[in-house]
Write a new protein. Structure first.
Length: 217
């Protein structure tokens, strides 16, 4: 997420100070992504260094110190909005890496790992759906952010299903053979490493209701 450009967008509406920018950022993103006030001021300092914003020199350093966007900042904001993100390389996804690493470990039942993660993804999707049903009609920004997250999680669940199907077919064709340089443990192989839900660890995190429900927009 580009906090830098989000702050430029907020400053394009007029001069603002740090705490105000944090509050408006969280409100403008449906309070889905909390922002640390320290990160706001660090980002503002970098924006000022790069000539994209200027600070109010008539006010001493502190929470009431105001900032405004420069012409260079407006040009940078416009460039960012019109430039597609770089999608040429896949992100370094932790879940994908877990599955690929699991293939290398003979004691790990990779299909069980996949199913454990899929159950969690579905649970998170259900929680987001409940929050959306409760609050989305009050806040368009929140509804759009949750829609994006639900589509992302749906893609994750679909990939897990595809991975499980591919491994199942591979096992059926060569149940005792290595798969992609590693091994896929089938049910008969027995002892898979314990998964988080089975090892006494705390429950995995789920999305929570926001601090407040906004007014109907």
């Amino acid at each position: 997420m580009s906090v830098r450009h989000a702050l430029l967008a907020l400053l394009s509406e007029g001069p603002k100070y740090g705490l105000q920018l944090r509050q408006e950022f969280e409100e403008g993103t449906g309070e889905v992504w909390p922002l640390n006030v320290g990160q706001v001021y660090t980002t503002l300092q970098r924006l000022e260094r790069d000539g994209l914003v200027v600070s109010d020199n008539s006010v001493e350093e502190g929470p009431q110190k105001g900032f405004r966007i420069t012409e260079a900042g407006r040009l940078e904001l416009d460039r960012w909005l019109r430039t597609p993100p770089d999608l040429s390389l896949p992100p370094r996804d932790e879940l994908v890496i877990k599955v690929l690493v699991g293939l290398k470990l003979p004691a790990v039942d990779v299909r069980e790992v996949i199913q454990a993660h899929r159950r969690y993804v579905v649970e998170v999707m259900q929680q987001w759906t409940r929050l959306k049903e409760d609050e989305a009609r009050f806040d368009l920004n929140f509804a759009l952010a949750v829609d994006a997250e639900l589509f992302r999680l749906d893609a994750v669940a679909r990939w897990l299903d595809a991975a499980d199907g591919r491994l199942q077919r591979q096992l059926a064709e060569a149940p005792a053979a290595d798969v992609a340089g590693g091994r896929v443990a089938g049910p008969a192989q027995g002892e898979a490493e314990p998964l988080p839900a089975e090892s006494g660890q705390p429950p995995l995190p789920l999305p929570k209701a926001r601090r407040r429900i906004g007014v109907l927009r």
